[in-house]
Design a protein around this ligand. Structure first.
Ligand code: 4NP
Length: 155
């Protein structure tokens, strides 16, 4: 369960922050993880993260400035063990691409790591201010800490 993919809509705000946070923690704890992030949409493919996401992460000591957005593909269901989605819209978009039950079972809401079974969204900060990004960062940080605890129990 060591290959983890984060998914949001554009792959420029929420999921790259989650990727950066988990990469940072995995390095800190010396854990071997394959980590990536994607969007269900293609609008921002090829772009670096939104400047507000980059600043929020940088203020907490994490550099996500060089990540590059891409759109999810069917191969991602084979290449990752867990696919964590930001909200219901993203969940629906991802599950629509799943070819079988095994793929579908890999998909879960990111915040279910913190509040199991509630399917709580990570709110989309794109149309708001920097405070929305900071709130999202804190939510993702908690979720990533739970992933680290799970992995530590298996490595
Ligand atoms: P993200 O945020 O899904 O967290 O990367 C968004 C980025 C761009 C758009 C929507 C959400 N957009 O509509 O372009």
């Amino acid at each position: 369960m060591n290959r983890i993919l984060f998914v949001c809509l554009g792959n420029i705000c929420r999921s790259p922050m989650a990727e950066g946070i988990l990469r940072h923690k995995a390095e800190k704890y010396g854990l071997k993880l394959k980590i990536d992030s994607v969007g269900t949409g293609s609008w921002h493919a090829g772009e670096n993260p939104d400047k507000r996401a980059t600043k929020t992460a940088k203020d907490r000591g994490i550099d996500i400035s060089k990540l590059i957005a891409r759109q999810i593909t069917e191969d991602d269901f084979e290449n990752f063990d867990m696919i964590y989605v930001a909200d219901a819209e993203v969940y629906d978009g991802v599950v629509d691409l799943a070819l079988n039950r095994e793929h579908k079972l890999k998909v879960d809401y990111i915040m279910n790591l913190v509040h199991p079974d509630l399917n709580m969204p990570v709110p989309d900060p794109y149309f708001g201010g920097i405070d929305g990004f900071e709130k999202v960062f804190d939510m993702l940080d908690k979720a990533c800490e739970t992933i680290i605890l799970k992995v530590k129990n298996t490595q």
